[in-house]
Design a binder for this molecule. Structure first.
Ligand code: NI
Ligand code: MN
Length: 227
């Protein structure tokens, strides 16, 4: 069965895998890139890459409303438990676990992870999901780093990669990342949300497709593809 990937906008995604719905980094309410409301989404799982506001804005409310299991690093899970959220699963960098939807490994990401109230959010992560015979690598908020090449080994069907620059990789480094990961399909994220991260995704797509064998889908917010 195909995995359905929906680009909510900015760096928020919805995966539908074998009847399970997974929200990654729930940022809906003040996300300038989406018309989707947090209350219209009913996940079974919520995965959180790091503690920054533009990844956790709707996390606590969505977890309380839906009872979804929240998967994140140990520190963010502890922060949620203090707020009465008990359906949690802590992991940490380099560690994998087979959940009902598939296998999730937290990867390295070079970034910050402070939570909106100033709490310590541990180390930020990327996400490597293996399900339905497919491998999906979400770089999440990160700088370029050479070990991305390792995550590409074994093949990557979908690579979600930031191109916004300023807070994360920009277009040049994202192109280098694609060359290391060698995915079948790349989808750019974390751009155009605010003035410092405005980028021309179509121009980036043309560069990637001219220099690699990867197909790029620069999805509009709300658009979906089958992986
Ligand atoms: Ni961030
Ligand atoms: Mn971010």
């Amino acid at each position: 069965m195909a995995i359905k990937y929906t680009f909510v906008g900015h760096a928020t995604y919805i995966l539908e895998i074998g009847g399970k719905t997974i929200v990654i980094d729930p940022f809906f309410t003040s996300n300038p890139m989406t018309q989707i409301s947090a209350d219209s989404v009913n996940p079974d799982f919520i995965i959180v890459s790091h503690g920054h506001f533009d990844h956790v804005e709707d996390l606590v409310a969505m977890a309380k409303r839906t009872g979804a299991k929240v998967i994140s690093n140990f520190e963010i899970v502890g922060w949620l438990q203090k707020q009465g959220i008990e359906n949690v699963h802590p992991q940490h960098l380099g560690g994998g676990f087979t959940h009902e939807f598939g296998h999730l490994k937290l990867t390295i990401a070079h970034h910050g992870s402070g939570l909106p109230d100033g709490s310590y959010g541990g180390n930020p992560a990327g996400l490597l999901i293996t399900a339905e015979g497919k491998r999906l690598y979400f770089a999440c908020d990160t700088a370029l780093f050479l070990e991305m090449e390792l995550y590409g080994r074994g093949g990557v069907d979908l690579f979600v990669v930031p191109i916004g620059d300023n807070f994360t990789m920009g277009p040049d480094d994202a192109l280098e990342a694609v060359k290391m990961v060698k995915p079948k399909v790349a989808v750019p994220c974390h751009y155009n949300t605010w003035p410092p991260i405005v980028q021309d995704a179509d121009a980036w797509a043309k560069r990637v497709e001219a220099e690699t064998d990867t197909k790029v889908h620069a999805l509009a917010p709300g658009a979906s593809i089958d992986v």
